[in-house]
Ligand binder design. Structure first.
Ligand code: UDP
Length: 327
């Protein structure tokens, strides 16, 4: 029996997942989403839910039966379902570790049954405190102590990567691992700690823009539509199989400068306030000072990488409006 859907997207009701589904459907593909709606929202899939080419399953990647059923219905799998955001990692550590590790294990086991191609979403968090900027996929990763809960997220995603690569080398399973860097764009909620939607929301509601630490820490922000294009290009690049690939922009900006840009572009009168880390985060949190991807592997495999500059990105998010529940 041939698969009913071209793609299974786990976590498809989330921010990146919903953009990915829209892209797939707009190019004529059929898509099944598996999402437990813990941080995702059906409203993200509003335009897709009525379509025949789209199917939504509410369920958890922690249920091996559900995962098997869904994987069986689809030709390829894009596994995005994970615990997201600093707040979840700090407040729900058991759930974070179990979802990230056992969920990915269920996906890989199910995919192995029919040798289904899988994209595993990982994160720049796995580089941890490494100072070897820009981060290269084969560079060392540097994580903090296990008593510091923050590192459980990075460690759980690193284990996902090990497992995916082991399925590739031991069972020849076609697997691509993508390390997503800070991805932003319309529909992203600031609720789980993400800085750019928070700043934009604060600016538009004339509240203080809260810069944590001294604001000299840097990030590179890439637009979700471009990130999705890169992920799909990697899934179609035979040379990407069995590899880990960074996806991100190389345009580095300090968080203080980001706050200034948001304020300026939105025409807000909000003041920019510095919030010491001790006040911003619970004890045991360590922030990353710089996070920049080396994208040469991505470019050599696909010919593309995220290009949108930060001003364009901020404008696009402001035009699209603040999502419900953003903070
Ligand atoms: N940050 C901030 N103000 C906020 C939220 C976050 O200054 O209201 C900082 C945070 O400390 C970090 C950076 O912005 O240095 C990016 O945080 P985010 O949680 O968006 O992503 P990540 O740390 O995972 O890159």
């Amino acid at each position: 029996m041939s698969a009913r859907f071209d793609y299974l997207v786990t976590g498809g009701a989330g921010f990146i997942g919903s953009h990915l589904c829209e892209k797939l459907i707009s190019t004529g593909k059929t898509v099944c989403v598996l999402d437990n709606l813990s941080t995702g929202h059906l409203s993200n899939l509003q335009s897709l839910l009525p379509l025949e080419s789209f199917h939504f399953v509410q369920g958890s990647v922690l249920s091996a039966d559900t995962v098997n059923d869904c994987v069986n219905m689809c030709s390829e799998v894009i596994h995005l379902a994970a615990s997201v955001g600093v707040e979840n990692v700090i407040n729900k550590p058991v759930e974070t570790i179990e979802t990230n590790v056992n969920g990915t294990e269920n996906i890989l086991r199910a995919a192995r049954l029919k040798n289904t191609k899988v994209l595993i979403a990982s994160t720049s968090e796995v580089y941890g405190k490494s100072w070897e900027v820009p981060f290269q996929e084969d560079g060392d990763i540097v994580l903090g102590a296990t008593s510091r809960n923050r590192w459980s997220y990075a460690c759980s995603k690193a284990l996902d990567e090990f497992l995916a690569l082991a399925y590739s080398s031991s069972y020849n399973l076609p697997v691509v691992v993508c390390r997503f860097f800070n991805t932003v764009g319309p529909r992203q909620s600031g609720r789980y700690g993400m800085v750019l939607p928070r700043f934009i929301n604060q600016a538009l509601t004339q509240k203080p823009i809260t810069v944590f630490g001294n604001g000299t820490q840097t990030r590179c922000f890439s637009l979700v539509s471009e990130v999705v294009d890169c992920a799909l290009a990697l899934l179609n690049a035979p040379e990407a199989l069995g590899k880990v690939i960074n996806i991100g922009s190389t345009d580095e900006i300090t968080i203080l400068e980001l706050a200034r840009r948001v304020r300026e572009i939105s025409g807000s009168d909000s003041e920019i306030v510095i919030v010491p880390y001790e006040e911003a985060y619970p004890e045991g949190f360590e922030d990353m000072q710089r996070r920049v991807p080396n994208v040469s592997r991505l470019v050599s495999l696909t010919g593309i990488s995220p290009q949108a500059d930060i001003n364009t990105i901020i404008n696009q998010i402001i035009e699209s409006g603040i999502p419900e529940g953003a903070q």
